[in-house]
Design a protein around this ligand. Structure first.
Ligand code: FPP
Length: 277
């Protein structure tokens, strides 16, 4: 018989380098408001936001994050004024080209989302960069969500599965959670442990819909262009306070403790969410 104990009993202000989330998702929000506050065009907010993004990639890699997924352009973002869409696409072009000529050591870039409507030159840049960036040993995988929508991702996965059933290569009864995870853009990657949304909005806006079922959500008041390393660390501390490491205690052998999976605090009360023994 096993009983679960927690080692953390109070909220900590300190960063624990041993408990860094394996996968972080970030909704880079607030560029427009940042620019408006300064009397600048929205595109200036995106430009500064793109610099913040580049810095955050370094910070995450340095902290030991293994997967970082950023929401760069949603399936809804096409509805924005053409000038703004063009400006974001140009920032992407520039990032993809810089990352190709100066690849960041150990960062494997993957673009997730529906590529079909993207301009041909961007599609080519993505293919080149994805090929180039796997040549070094991967320290961190960077998923750039581009023309991404969680619902569209699931629709496309379901279409693939329906086709397999139709052509007889699998039965409807074989559809499982694992199969769906294998059919979406992040196949083979762990689900995000932590999703950060700056800018004060309290929603996840169709970001990693399937993958975020158990993610810790951290909403922050800072606008994305102002987001700093300290903000990232604060979000991770919040994640660390909400999750911890389980220790197991065997009644058959009271001296036997061992580290196991994760637990989550639920409004201060301890609640076991997941254990992996
Ligand atoms: C949301 O802020 C942000 C976007 C729709 C675009 C994000 C793009 C970047 C950070 C730059 C390009 C990215 C890369 C990977 C090079 P918002 O415009 O909705 O802000 P608001 O809510 O204040 O209006």
């Amino acid at each position: 018989m096993w009983q679960l104990f927690s080692r953390r009993s109070k909220q900590s202000e300190e960063f624990d380098p041993q408990n860094v989330p394996q996968h972080i998702g970030i909704i880079m929000d607030g560029n427009g408001r940042w620019a408006k506050k300064r009397g600048l065009p929205r595109t200036a907010g995106h430009k500064t936001g793109a610099n913040t993004f580049k810095n955050v990639v370094h910070y995450c890699k340095d902290l030991g994050v293994k997967y970082l997924t950023v929401y760069a352009f949603s399936t809804e973002n096409w509805k924005r004024p053409q000038e703004e869409v063009d400006a974001i696409m140009n920032l992407l072009r520039s990032y993809l080209s810089d990352a190709f000529s100066n690849p960041e050591d150990g960062v494997k870039v993957v673009v997730i989302g529906d590529r079909e409507p993207l301009a041909d030159d961007i599609k080519q840049q993505i293919i080149k960069l994805e090929e180039e960036s796997v040549k070094t040993e991967t320290v961190m995988t960077l998923n750039i969500a581009l023309n991404y929508g969680g619902r569209l991702e699931l629709v496309q996965a379901m279409q693939k599965i329906a086709n397999k059933v139709k052509e007889g290569s699998m039965a409807a009864e074989d559809i499982s959670e694992q199969l769906i995870s294998d059919m979406i853009y992040t196949a083979g990657q762990p689900d995000p442990d932590l999703i950060i949304r700056p800018s004060g909005e309290l929603r996840t806006s169709n970001f990693l819909l399937w993958q975020s079922a158990y993610s810790e959500l951290v909403f922050m008041d800072v606008l994305w262009p102002d987001f700093t390393k300290e903000d990232l660390v604060q979000a991770i501390i919040q994640y660390q306070n909400a999750t911890g490491v389980l220790e197991e205690y065997s009644f058959e052998n009271p001296n036997y403790f061992r580290r196991s999976g994760r637990y989550h605090f639920d409004n201060g009360a301890r609640r076991v969410q997941h254990t992996s023994v």
